[in-house]
Design a protein around this ligand. Structure first.
Ligand SMILES: Cc1cc2nc3c(=O)[nH]c(=O)nc-3n(C[C@H](O)[C@H](O)[C@H](O)COP(=O)(O)OP(=O)(O)OC[C@H]3O[C@@H](n4cnc5c(N)ncnc54)[C@H](O)[C@@H]3O)c2cc1C
Length: 325
């Protein structure tokens, strides 16, 4: 059952920030994750502040420099179907379209997707794990089939968002508004790894709201794509996922940004893959080298070793698809 809470529905961003000023409230966007977290006691909130009455947080617009601004309250369906997103930032359209089910995409928002809580069954269950202030991560010696390969220091969750790796690959930033004013943070620096702080997932301070994502202009020759592998094709979180943004000149990769989903506690920038691609022809030999680089340093737990060949194969398959054009 949902616990009781006070509910506020401001109509401006300024009033939303004011409603969160005591640092105790929680933002309600689409509610697809928030409400189950409240129901399951993942966290409590004396006040829930709905953003649904703030029109400035919705919509997709071009920026003066030729980039794109997407309001945090824009639904994932609107992002996936947006004409400019589909034609110029394909990885973001594909990632948004891969989230959950049509119902979840109609209700779930871009901001909520980036701020959602991890899906680890110990964290979501009745376990006082490290992330909830306990002593240890139960996944280490427990059922770790869906846990991480990289970056698991103390806590072995995977970040559940499909959209975040696409935004990282595309070099996007977030505008964040709070009691201290506004600031801009690259998506790559938005999520907090457990080695920095195992008790938080993002750099958001109490009372701060993600207002919008800002994508840089899509440069000529940019090819981007996102693909995930999941246990059920109908709707599910990523077992492994990969977002690519490559700038090609002919068949030579001039620039590469690659980020993974489902394999690390934060969207995982794959710099070794980028290095294996940059400056090289996107041929079979380069693709094999890049796929090997994707899994270098992976540290599987007892039951998630299957993710290593899955990730390697996914990278190889996606790069081959980009090479075919
Ligand atoms: C069955 C199921 C399947 C799912 N499958 C996937 C999947 O395949 N891939 C995937 O990526 N996700 C998946 N999700 C997760 C998630 O619900 C959606 O991705 C959705 O986008 C979350 O958005 P929302 O607007 O509903 O967020 P909410 O539930 O409203 O909010 C989620 C969290 O973010 C905070 N928040 C929301 N908006 C803001 C903001 N603008 N600023 C600051 N904080 C904010 C809230 O306080 C809350 O803590 C799934 C969820 C369910 C229930």
């Amino acid at each position: 059952m949902l616990p009781g809470f006070a509910y506020a529905r401001p109509t401006t961003l300024t009033d939303a920030v004011k409603a969160l000023a005591d640092g105790q409230g929680r933002v309600h966007a689409g509610g697809t994750d928030l409400l189950s977290c409240l129901r399951d006691g993942v966290f409590t909130a004396p006040t829930v502040v709905s953003l649904s009455g703030v029109p400035s947080l919705r919509g997709i617009d071009s920026t003066p420099d030729g980039g794109l601004r997407i309001g945090a309250l824009t639904t994932l369906t609107a992002v996936a179907e947006g004409e400019t997103v589909r034609t110029r930032y394909r990885a973001l359209a594909e990632a948004s379209a891969s989230v959950g089910s049509p119902q979840l995409r109609n209700q779930g928002t871009l901001g909520g997707n980036l701020c959602q809580k991890p899906r680890c069954w110990y964290y979501r269950g009745d376990f006082h794990c490290l992330r909830k202030g306990g002593e240890s991560c139960f996944a280490v010696a427990g059922e770790n089939d869906y846990h991480c390969l990289f970056g698991g220091e103390g806590c072995f969750i995977v970040h559940p968002s499909d959209v975040a790796p696409a935004l990282v690959a595309l070099g996007a930033a977030l505008r964040i508004v709070g009691p201290g004013g506004a600031r801009t943070v690259p998506v790559e620096a938005f999520h907090v790894p457990p080695k920095v702080d195992p008790h938080r997932e993002t750099v958001l301070e109490p009372g701060e709201i993600v207002a919008e994502a800002i994508l840089p202009p899509a440069i000529p020759g940019l090819r981007s794509t996102y693909r995930k592998v999941r246990a059920r094709a109908s709707w599910d979180f990523a077992l492994v996922g990969a977002a690519f943004a490559l700038r090609l000149a002919g068949d030579v990769v001039r620039e590469a940004r690659v980020a993974f989903a489902g394999v690390a506690p934060v969207p995982w920038r794959a710099k070794a893959v980028e290095a294996a691609l940059t400056g090289h022809r996107l041929d079979a030999a380069t693709i094999v080298r890049a796929a090997a680089a994707a899994v270098k340093g992976a540290e599987p737990l007892a039951r998630n070793g299957y993710k290593v060949p899955l990730l390697r194969g996914l990278v190889e398959e996606r790069l081959a698809a980009i090479a075919r054009g």
